[in-house]
Design a protein around this ligand. Structure first.
Ligand code: SF4
Length: 490
């Protein structure tokens, strides 16, 4: 029997369908970010159930071999007994098994509701709903409608969480009905693939990441060198044209290839080790900065379900900052930081007050990709209007250290086309993020959010220290990159 998720995988790639069944051990390990996203999705699903209370729960116990069979039997029984609401209602028909997050009785018919943590209907939701609708209709469940319930990102929390405002609903019936006729043939084709002794022939391609990154990329892409032509900055379709011509490594790109200047900087860097330095441009850019220099960085969270008053779903707001200060030319750096207590409620007010104090009233505030920091501070001026008089001058003082790298005034082969601080830092200095326990912003954010939601299990004190180390390296990285730039142009 095909499951809904296998059917969806089969739509993306037949080989993925086959590997999933026959060689699941080849799957890539889930990243911490993916796990956090799954956990968030299941939290959102449980919250949505509260809008349809007292339902029977047919969620399978996946640790049992017969977990799905039990879920199917329970659903059948509760439908027969006249249940009004069933969570994870499951049916099998036509060789496919599918479950629905919430199934609600309406007279003799049923309303099917699938819950997603997205903020609207995406194309891939339609295929999901189409196979669910097919299975349920085939199983004799007469659906009056099939809906997607998703997060309404226009909602702003005001004291209590209002679930009827947090969630939006949209009928998918009109879109899934035309897809019904093609489903039996697709199921038959996928069933044939699953019965094959060997994996179907399938080249890698854009489909490996569309609509989601496949979990067999580590296996299928093992022959692709790193870096490769797909890593060329803003290469798009052209990268796949190179791949089709058998050109994978940057070293293989012919000298007459049609690339722009920045793309050639990257390719030449890989082919000859050539660096790009526009020292006058860098010098005049850095000379505009005013001392004291404040190297500043936020860490933020953006939970799907607003945790605090005056926040919207997925709104990013800071819980931590790090600051390295150089008071005058040649001075040693001072370090300041703020990390909100995750058990003390909304992190923004205290962070804001400390930030205003620490950033002083004059001097350039150096960020990396300043649109983010500016945007978060601007959000604070909206929520805390009485602080706008202190926050707006801070925004005006912000400068952006990414500019020399994004502009290719400095391009080093080890940056591999990226101007991110994680690429620039090891390319230009001896520092890197590799030795840190927390290595990237997504993990920092998920970790603090888990603590704030009371879902963190582990050594909180040690983890708070790891968060401090991570954020501190972000501003130390900027400081060291700036120092190195100054050294190279002097
Ligand atoms: S990595 Fe690409 S080719 Fe391989 S199974 Fe996944 S989608 Fe198919």
């Amino acid at each position: 029997m095909l499951s809904k998720s296998k059917y969806i995988r089969g739509l993306q790639c037949e080989k993925r369908l086959w590997l999933d069944k026959h060689q699941p051990q080849l799957r890539d390990a889930l990243s911490a970010n993916q796990e956090a996203l799954f956990a968030q999705g299941s939290d959102v699903g449980e919250l949505a159930q509260q809008l349809f209370p007292k339902g029977k729960d047919a969620t399978p116990d996946y640790s049992r071999r017969d977990g799905i069979a039990i879920g199917l039997a329970q659903t059948k029984q509760w439908v027969a007994e006249g249940a009004d609401v069933i969570y994870e209602a499951a049916f099998s028909a036509g060789g496919v098994y599918a479950a629905m997050d919430i199934l609600v009785r309406e007279g003799d018919r049923w309303r099917a509701i699938e819950v997603k943590s997205s903020t609207g209907v995406k194309d891939y939701h339609i295929n999901d709903a189409a196979i669910q609708y097919y299975v349920f209709q085939q199983a004799g469940i007469d659906l009056v409608d099939i809906e997607l319930m998703y997060i309404n990102n226009e909602y702003t929390r005001d004291v209590e969480l209002e679930l009827d405002k947090l969630f939006a609903r949209e009928s998918l019936l009109e879109q899934v009905l035309p897809l019904q006729a093609g489903i039996p043939d697709r199921i038959a084709a996928m069933t044939r693939v699953l019965r094959q002794a060997d994996a179907p022939e399938q080249s890698i391609g854009p489909h490996c990441h569309d609509p989601f990154a496949c979990d067999f990329i580590g296996h299928c892409w093992a022959h692709v060198p790193q870096p490769n032509v797909l890593n060329i900055v803003r290469i798009g379709e052209r990268g796949w044209q190179f791949m089709e011509q058998g050109i994978m490594a940057l070293e293989e790109i012919p000298t007459d290839a049609d690339l722009n200047e920045k793309q050639w900087n990257q390719v030449r860097g890989a082919q000859t080790g050539e660096e790009v330095w526009d020292k006058p441009a860098i010098r005049s850019f850095l000379d505009e900065w005013e001392y004291p220099l404040y190297f500043f960085d936020f860490e933020t969270i953006g939970p799907a379900v607003p945790l605090y008053d005056d926040t919207r779903p997925y709104q990013q707001y800071p819980f931590q900052y790090s600051l390295h200060i150089i008071r005058e030319p040649g001075a040693e750096p001072e370090h300041k930081e703020y990390l909100a207590d995750p058990n003390a409620g909304d992190p923004r007010p205290m962070l804001m007050v400390n930030m205003i104090k620490d950033l002083g009233q004059s001097g350039s505030i150096v960020t990396y990709n300043m649109g983010f920091e500016k945007g978060k501070i601007r959000d604070l001026t909206i929520t805390y209007g009485e602080y706008a008089q202190y926050l707006m001058p801070i925004i005006d003082r912000i400068v952006d250290l990414i500019v020399p790298f994004r502009s290719h005034w400095c391009y080093l082969p080890a940056m591999n086309g990226s101007a991110s601080i994680k690429a620039v830092l090891p390319a230009l200095t001896n520092l890197s993020y590799d030795d840190l326990e927390i290595k990237e912003g997504g993990t920092a954010s998920n970790t603090w959010r888990a603590m704030a939601e009371g879902k963190f299990s582990g050594d909180q004190e040690a983890t708070m220290q790891a968060l401090r180390e991570y954020c501190k390296l972000d501003t130390l990285a900027m400081l060291e990159v700036w120092r190195e730039l100054r050294k190279r142009i002097s």
